[in-house]
Design a protein. Structure first.
Lengths: 259, 519
């Protein structure tokens, strides 16, 4: 890793409020270039809000986002050409076929048509979507939709990928394929940020991790630093708290309901 | 359980109000409107109560049948059924079928139209105060009528939804269903003509006929009792009861099916190759134009405009045969085509993230949408203008008409480019049930539309005035002048609109996306 290179992403003092609820309350995070960075946190922790602010989809109330040293909110056009995004919980232009959608993403990122078309074909093959290249995205299953959106995020060959819940609803075989693609991407010098609730996956796949809860960073660093000897899952529960061990649900135990 | 469902509906209604100011405004308007109609109806009924029995016995069933028919049919074609209590959401709970039916029916009355209808039904009892027995009979009969109306609307819509579950069918039907709506004017004109020709005796006949129909039977029972025809009353009561029974059975069946067979599925559509993406320039602007053009064909919300405009021509011809108004179709088409862009971002919905997360200049976004609309709108509106001029035998006025059409198209496009960067509202998404109305959408949409229309009208007014003068005078020269002026003003407004729109979008895009994503 080049020591002098600026971090792929640096978030400083990121704040965002919705009404009276503070979704993100001052997040500072540095994602080193060439890292495979996991963002974990319980539901409603502010992961999606953070990632949306880091990718130009949501304007922060305060704070700055630097993508490879470029201030995203000051020079959005330049910064946005540096990364690819897979947001969670949004629609796609689903009246396009899979092939059209990926090509569309490529053209929007300023690729010329020949390149966009060639890369679209490669991506369709790599993600096992060739059979359904001509099917409208509206008729795709949830997993296929995730895959085609991922392809759309990668078509312009960015050096940074920001993926919100990329493995949700994806079948195990496709998930393994995607993981392989992402690992190869990192090995060749790219940076990946993924959010997930699946600790096991993050522990196996990522080299860096940040634990987010209540709109703040509770711990961040390499996976080994954060988990400090135990498993990531145990450490996560310890950091976030809120385990109740099923007490008070005695009536749910079937053995006691024998009467 | 029944009480739970009614309370749930009330809670949902109140929570919805708390969430958005637009809904409060919308409910206030709806309530005001309903109140106006209600006062009118009640005053009418009170006035009617002083008339002689024969007239009352004619009017009440006819009016009642119309009301019930409205409940059955209107949700199918216009407003959509209120989906706040979607029966499929109760599929996993062990709710007894009976309670579910009764609860959903009662919660159907909770709401502005339900309450208004209930009050109106109650007020009908007053009509029979001269004949106490009939008034007494009227009370349960009006409850029966109300039930027929509410359950009927549930039955028709759930039946409709079952048929329309498949996307393809649904999309075709959305388009087809606009037809009767557009023909509503001519149909009503025709009906009024028929009624006037029938005269006073005709109303009696109408009431008589209405009393035999499933919609009017319940209303005819007290009318016949008032006239001492007990046998006829019993017969109508039987019809009314059977009707309700059949409706409940139909609704029950539809509910059962909806619970186990979720909508969706059907064969999937395919699109080989790149389509428009292979034909337009491979730039962001070209790509956006290609995407929009693809949507003009594949998204029913756009293709509907293309299909309904020729129908507009037919409607004008039918409604005003020989009238000179037919030539208005061309300029109207220009206006409609241009204005479609105002809903573009709302139609994109949260898919707009693709533009926002890519390094796309706001101007490319605006121009892509403008170019695609021009590609569809210019030939479309020009063909309609020529056709309407030919049909009206006013080919001599073609330059003036074309000036107005193209002027309106360009001006509307320019204004819409600004409006769509300012206001987004919740639009019906392409895959959604056409029978459900998006909540809290209408007021924001309506206000922006109204302001936009006014702006377009003002900016295009010189062209329109000159064009009308040219047509009335039959002046070829003034007509040519209209064409030049229309193109001139149009191009200036379009360029300005695209520029202001782009600057606005650049500033507001993240806020707009946040709003779109929250819908």
């Amino acid at each position: 890793m080049d020591v002098t290179a600026p971090p792929a992403v640096r978030l400083t003092g990121l704040w965002r409020r919705f009404g009276t609820k503070v979704a993100v309350g001052g997040i500072d995070l540095e994602v080193p270039a060439g890292s495979f960075y996991g963002l974990v946190g319980p539901n409603g922790a502010g992961k999606t809000t953070t990632l949306r602010m880091a990718t130009g989809l949501l304007r922060p109330d305060a704070g700055t986002v630097l993508v490879e040293g470029v201030d995203l909110w000051a020079d959005p056009i330049r910064a946005k050409s540096l990364f690819g995004v897979l947001p969670d919980g949004v629609r796609l232009f689903d009246r396009l076929s899979g092939r059209q959608l990926i090509t569309y993403a490529g053209l929007l990122h300023g690729l010329d048509r020949t390149t966009a078309v060639a890369r679209t074909d490669d991506l369709l093959r790599a993600l096992d979507l060739e059979q359904d290249a001509a099917t409208l995205v509206v008729d795709y299953s949830a997993g296929m939709t995730k895959k085609v959106a991922l392809a759309a995020a990668m078509v312009h060959a960015p050096r940074l990928l920001v993926l919100d819940e990329p493995f949700e609803a994806v079948d195990p075989v496709s998930a393994a394929n995607i993981r392989e693609i992402l690992t190869a991407f990192v090995a060749s010098g790219g940076t990946v940020i993924v959010s997930s609730h699946v600790m096991d996956l993050v522990q196996r796949m990522c080299d860096h991790v940040a634990v987010v809860a209540g709109g703040r960073v509770l711990a961040a660093g390499t996976v080994d630093e954060v988990r400090a000897g135990s498993t990531l899952e145990d450490r996560f529960v310890q950091l976030v708290g809120g385990r109740s061990a099923g007490e008070g649900l005695e009536w749910l135990r079937t053995s006691s309901a024998s009467s | 359980m029944v009480a739970h469902l009614v309370r749930l509906k009330l809670t949902l209604l109140l929570n919805g109000l708390r969430r958005s100011v637009w809904q409060q405004v919308g409910l206030a308007f709806a309530a005001l409107y309903a109140l106006g109609l209600l006062v009118l109806g009640v005053v009418g009924l009170v006035a009617l109560s002083t008339q002689d029995v024969a007239l009352r016995a004619g009017v009440v069933p006819a009016f009642g049948a119309l009301l019930v028919l409205g409940w059955w049919v209107v949700p199918l074609v216009a407003f959509g059924v209120d989906a706040t209590l979607d029966p499929t959401r109760f599929a996993t709970y062990p709710v007894p079928r009976r309670s579910l039916l009764v609860g959903l029916a009662l919660s159907g009355v909770v709401g502005v139209p339900g309450v208004a209808t209930a009050v109106l039904c109650l007020a009908t009892v007053v009509v029979w105060w001269h004949e106490p027995v009939a008034a007494l009979v009227a009370v349960p009969c009006m409850a029966l009528a109300l039930a027929t109306a509410v359950v009927g609307s549930r039955a028709t819509t759930s039946l409709g939804a079952a048929v329309l579950g498949r996307r393809r069918v649904r999309e075709v039907l959305v388009v087809v269903m606009v037809l009767p709506l557009m023909l509503l004017g001519p149909i009503l004109t025709g009906l009024t003509g028929v009624v006037t020709r029938l005269g006073a005796g005709g109303v009696d006949r109408l009431g008589e006929v209405a009393g035999w129909t499933p919609f009017g039977a319940a209303w005819a029972v007290p009318a016949l009792v008032a006239q001492g025809q007990w046998g006829g009353a019993a017969l109508r009561l039987l019809i009314a009861l059977v009707t309700l029974g059949v409706l409940v059975a139909v609704w029950d069946r539809a509910l059962t099916r909806a619970a186990v067979e979720p909508t969706g599925g059907g064969e999937s559509a395919r699109a080989e190759g790149l389509g428009w993406f292979g034909r337009l320039p491979g730039t962001p602007t070209g790509a956006i134009a290609a995407r929009c053009l693809t949507y003009w064909r594949r998204d029913p919300r756009y293709s509907m405009a293309v299909i309904t405009l020729p129908l507009l021509l037919v409607v004008f011809l039918v409604a005003m045969p020989g009238g000179g108004m037919v030539v208005a179709v061309g300029p109207l088409a220009g206006m409609i085509f241009g204005w479609t862009v105002s809903a573009d971002l709302a139609y994109d919905g949260s898919a707009f993230w693709m533009h926002l997360s890519a390094p796309v200049p706001a101007a490319a976004d605006r121009w892509g949408r403008i170019v695609s609309t021009l590609v569809v709108g210019v030939p479309g509106s020009v063909v309609l203008t020529v056709a309407s001029a030919a049909l009206a035998h006013r080919l001599d006025a073609l330059p003036a008409l074309l000036g107005m059409t193209l002027g309106l198209l360009l001006v509307a496009l320019g204004c819409a480019s600004v409006v769509s960067a300012l206001v987004v509202y919740k639009a019906r998404q392409p895959g959604e049930n056409p029978f459900s109305t998006p909540q809290g959408a209408s007021m924001a949409a309506m206000t922006s539309q109204l302001a936009g229309f006014t702006g377009v009208g003002l900016l295009a007014s010189p062209v329109l005035v000159l064009g009308v003068v040219a047509m009335v005078r039959g002046s070829w020269l003034l007509g040519l002048l209209t064409l030049v002026l229309g193109l001139g003003i149009g191009v200036v407004v379009l360029l300005l609109g695209a520029r202001i729109g782009a600057r606005t979008l650049e500033r507001r895009a993240p806020a707009l996306f946040a709003q779109l994503a929250s819908f």
